[in-house]
Design a protein around this ligand. Sequence first.
Ligand SMILES: [Zn+2]
Length: 136
Amino acid sequence: MLLKTIGIRRSQKIMSHFKHHNHFKTKKAIHAYRFPFVCFACRKSFKLPESEATRFCPQCRKPMEMLSRKFAAPPARNKVQWKKVEFLVRNGFRFYSVFETIETGVMEGVNYPSTFQDALVFVEKYKSQVWPPESE
Ligand SMILES: [Zn+2]
């Protein structure tokens, strides 16, 4: 998956300008090649190897979405949180890093929104940073 590979390299290049490194990928994460695949019907996340072909939910057989390893799944019963996650993903935000320029040449990672309301603002504000591009 060439695009994804480029995406990861691109992020690392940007990250090298950062001041704060404590929330970056740990060494363990870099060597783990499993990604979260989510099913919005079951509100579940499955850690599986990256795949170019669509993966289907082991429970309901619906197609799943592959997200960044930074994604942390909410509990299945938390429908509001899952609605927010689905909204972000449908808008192209797959939990890859989003950045904000805090001064010329200095970028800082932006936290993903914690509520659906915040997600509406987030998508509008950062839609130019959707990665990988949706035109795939
Ligand atoms: Zn499912």
